[in-house]
Design a protein around this ligand. Structure first.
Ligand SMILES: C=C(CC[C@@H](C)[C@H]1CC[C@H]2C3=CC[C@H]4[C@H](C)[C@@H](O)CC[C@]4(C)[C@H]3CC[C@]12C)C(C)C
Ligand SMILES: C[S@@+](CC[C@H](N)C(=O)[O-])C[C@H]1O[C@@H](n2cnc3c(N)ncnc32)[C@H](O)[C@@H]1O
Length: 368
């Protein structure tokens, strides 16, 4: 009898321990995504490890070399990146793949929504509008903006797997009649000239080798007089190319986030004007008095260790693809570079620029 009781107690402790470890100790976001369903996106399970190695050796090279020699293959590697990370992002962060300033008294979810709705208000999105989401991910911002503004939103992403996830989330949220998702390259968009009443891009254009190419495409598809807002990833005026620590942090951010070279904040408006936009407003939304955007990354550290153990176990027993462990390790390190970039103030993921296509603009972009 004693041994049965001991067995029962051990079993109960084990189950309780696992529950505590997985669910209580910093639960992952788990909005529609559980650890057991982590995949390599559209990449088959056995190829995840190889694809990760290819990704890593591509982005290990200096950005200047990537842009000079392989500008045209960047979107393919960005696509691979999102196959590798989309499930982990959703599981550990949620459906909005971006940062937001922390706001006293607001949860992360609520601060995220405020940041998204701000973009919608800046472009004055309204129920008569058809709005473009440039680089839409799995559609967190799209759903928030469609609900808030009642406008129709069309999102474009390079990654087919994200299209499936975004459409499923839209259906579940009852927003599939107002939100549409298309697979395509934002450097050559499959949309008519002058066909959108507004556009926004949240932390996505940083993947373009040349900012002018994506801005020129947005310019082309916007109706004259329509507004475009972008939250850009940039180095700030505190960044010094002569400081080794600064360079290492920025390289770490580029490699772990599929970026062909971060731009300086001072280049954004110049590019926008060169393709024909009027600059209405420009502001670093990360600058004080805004609350720090990186606190969520720092606070998550214990959960990342827990996630690492969960992924390692799931990969060992064949539930998660083997290469997922390496992908997670990369994200773990990237989180540290991003935090250092935020704390030192040399990097901002939310340099906001608000642009307008002049009312008298011709339909096609001037820059191409
Ligand atoms: C705009 C981009 C993505 C920004 C963020 C959404 C992501 C940047 C780094 C990501 C993460 C880092 C650590 C992960 C952690 C180790 C894991 O256990 C759970 C997921 C992370 C928190 C993950 C979540 C998304 C990020 C914060 C780029 C790519 C242009
Ligand atoms: C960091 S995610 C941000 C997603 C979304 N804006 C959000 O905040 O949730 C960047 C997005 O840009 C998309 N992207 C990157 N390069 C692209 C390209 N060349 N064409 C289309 N989409 C691209 C990715 O597929 C991804 O959906």
């Amino acid at each position: 009898m004693d041994s049965v009781a001991a067995l029962f107690c051990t079993g109960a402790l084990l189950v309780g321990g696992i529950y505590w470890f997985v669910c209580v100790l910093g639960p992952a976001e788990q909005k529609g995504k559980s650890a057991a369903s982590l995949s390599g996106g559209s990449i088959s399970s056995e190829k995840v490890g190889d694809k990760f190695k290819q990704y890593w050796s591509f982005f290990l090279r200096p950005p200047s070399e990537i842009r000079a020699k392989d500008k045209d293959t960047v979107p393919d590697f960005v696509d691979t990146f999102y196959n590798l990370v989309t499930d982990i992002y959703e599981w550990g962060w949620g459906q909005s793949f971006h940062f937001s300033p922390s706001v006293p008294g607001h949860s992360h979810a609520s601060a995220t929504r405020l940041h998204e709705v701000r973009a919608s208000d800046l472009i004055s999105a309204n129920p008569d509008h058809r709005i473009l989401d440039v680089g839409c991910g799995v559609g967190g911002p799209m759903r928030a903006i469609a609900s808030h503004s009642r406008s129709r939103v069309v999102g474009i992403t390079i990654n087919e797997y994200q299209v499936g996830r975004a459409r499923a989330h839209n259906r579940k949220a009852g927003l599939d009649s107002t939100c549409e998702v298309i697979r395509g390259n934002f450097l050559e968009m499959p949309f008519e000239d002058n066909s959108f009443d507004g556009a926004y891009s949240i932390e996505a254009t940083c993947h373009a080798p040349r900012l002018e190419d994506v801005y020129a495409e947005v310019f082309r598809v916007l109706k004259p007089g329509a507004k475009f807002v972008s939250y850009e990833w940039v180095t700030t005026d505190k960044y010094r190319a002569s400081d080794e620590e600064h360079v290492a942090v920025i390289r770490g951010i580029e490699q772990g986030d599929a970026l062909p070279g971060l731009r300086s904040y001072s280049d954004i408006a110049t590019v926008a004007r060169a393709v024909g936009f009027e600059v209405l407003k420009e502001e670093d939304l990360a600058a004080p008095p805004a609350g720090p955007w990186w606190t969520r990354l720092k606070m998550g550290r214990i959960a990342y260790w827990r996630n690492h153990v969960v992924i390692t176990v799931l990969a060992a027993i064949g539930i998660a693809p083997k290469g997922t462990v390496e992908v997670h390790e990369m994200l773990f390190k990237t989180a540290d570079f991003l935090t250092r970039g935020g704390q030192s103030g040399i990097f901002s993921p939310m340099h906001m620029i608000l642009l307008r296509k002049p009312s008298n603009a011709a339909s096609a972009s001037a820059s191409k």
